[in-house]
Design a protein around this ligand. Structure first.
Ligand code: HEC
Ligand code: HEC
Length: 262
């Protein structure tokens, strides 16, 4: 992966995002059953990563109908204990799913199931889900109303600067270029909503990417690791706090500062 890609490439990536960030594949004929996981024991971690990628590609190729939120609600009973019944988790180690796009949720569930994104809890939760289940669950959570969070006043200003402007001197693009001014994300590009997300969860992901984790080897999965590698611990803390407080329709704020959302 390009660890030291020049800023120009980041800017290009952000600007050319409709091309660079591949939209989900059009539903293809279901040639391969999604559950046909590879049973051969991988000889090395490189082989294991390759097997996971192959499994992910297979899952993505399965034909599905658009998600059905009502069917998804019934299937979501198993998720509520951690993510909240309406997708607004209260424990900050579990990401909020409310208002997150169907496509992003589906992609992540396929990553957990295939193993390109490694998390033991979610691997277990995703294992029994078919691609259609994933779409139904995604449709359900995407229609739930996100309950926004609150930023730490002391950190918000540094975080806001990074989010809105990036830091050209460090080769860090503006988060806003992809995640949007209100943190809504971009469903068509599978860029997640980050506005309102728990700061603890955001911080954990940014730190993990900084430390070398990735969620796959495809170009899409390389975007955040290559950005996070350039963030300092202080950057990560500040921007994580800022996004937790970011939302589309701000509650009336104290008159101390303004412009936290748009
Ligand atoms: C026992 C707790 C637990 C349960 C139950 C659970 N999850 Fe999760 N989920 C997690 C944790 C922890 C993470 C964060 C994983 C990480 O750090 O990468 C997560 C992450 C996710 C993500 C990624 C979100 C993002 O913003 O990237 C999705 C999507 C998700 N879960 C969907 C589900 C669905 C759908 C169900 C029910 C079928 C479910 N989860 C059940 C604990 C749980
Ligand atoms: C070029 C586009 C782009 C830019 C710029 C960008 N992101 Fe992302 N971000 C993405 C994509 C795409 C994903 C989904 C990653 C995946 O699926 O592998 C993502 C995922 C995330 C997530 C995970 C959210 C979740 O629910 O798990 C966080 C947190 C995040 N980005 C924060 C940031 C921050 C902070 C910045 C600025 C320092 C930033 N991003 C800049 C495209 C971008």
């Amino acid at each position: 992966m390009g660890v030291r890609r020049p800023l120009a490439l980041f800017v290009l990536t952000a600007i050319a995002a409709p091309v660079a960030l591949a939209a989900p594949p059009a539903s293809a004929p279901a040639s391969a059953p999604a559950s046909a996981a590879s049973t051969a024991a991988p000889a090395s971690s490189a082989d294991a990563a390759k097997a996971a990628e192959a499994e992910f590609t297979k899952l993505e190729a399965v034909a599905t109908k658009p998600g059905d939120a009502t069917a998804g609600q019934a299937k979501a009973a198993a998720c509520g204990a951690c993510h909240g019944m309406d997708g607004n988790s209260t424990d900050p180690q579990y990401p909020k799913l409310a208002g997150q796009s169907e496509q992003y949720i589906v992609t992540q569930l396929m990553r957990f199931k295939s193993g390109t994104r490694v998390n033991p809890i979610m691997a277990g939760m995703a294992a029994p889900l078919s691609p259609q289940d994933m779409h139904d669950l995604g449709a359900y959570f995407s229609t739930q109303k996100l309950l926004p969070g609150v930023a730490d006043e002391k950190l918000a200003s540094d975080g806001e600067k990074l989010y809105r402007d990036g830091d050209a001197s460090q080769g860090i693009p503006a988060c806003m270029a992809c995640h949007g001014p209100t943190g809504r994300g971009n469903p068509g590009w599978r860029v997640p909503q980050v506005g309102g997300q728990h700061a603890d969860y955001v911080q954990k992901q940014l730190q993990a990417w900084h430390d070398g984790t990735s969620w796959g080897s495809d170009a899409h999965a390389q975007i955040m690791p290559s950005i996070a590698q350039r963030l300092t611990a202080a950057d990560i803390t500040a921007v994580s706090s800022y996004v937790e407080g970011l939302h589309a329709a701000p509650a009336p704020q104290p008159a101390t500062r303004s412009g936290a959302t748009d």
